[in-house]
Design a protein around this ligand. Structure first.
Ligand code: ZN
Length: 84
């Protein structure tokens, strides 16, 4: 369902070659992460999302940008790291 919505809205996610394997937990986690960014995109609108994203990364760095933290928390809630 989510993928269908993405297609209807013409949102596309691009991955570097070899970065996305759909048949692994890491691949599912990556898609979940990107879906959270798509939700942010619609929550804030294209222009505001892009501006806020860049501002956050510049201000806090990639790892501490609030949009990134939200996306990582979302993907890890859906696909928690395996306990060791
Ligand atoms: Zn991200």
């Amino acid at each position: 369902m989510a993928i269908k919505v993405l297609q209807l809205q013409k949102v596309r996610c691009f991955f570097a070659k070899g970065e996305y394997n759909p048949y692994t937990v890491d691949g599912a986690r990556l898609i979940a992460h990107e879906f959270r960014h798509v939700a942010q995109y619609y929550e804030y609108g294209e222009v505001s999302f892009k501006a806020l994203y860049l501002k956050q990364v510049a201000q806090f760095g990639y790892d501490n940008a609030p949009f990134e933290i939200q996306a990582y928390q979302f993907s890890e809630a859906l696909f928690p790291p395996l306990s060791q």
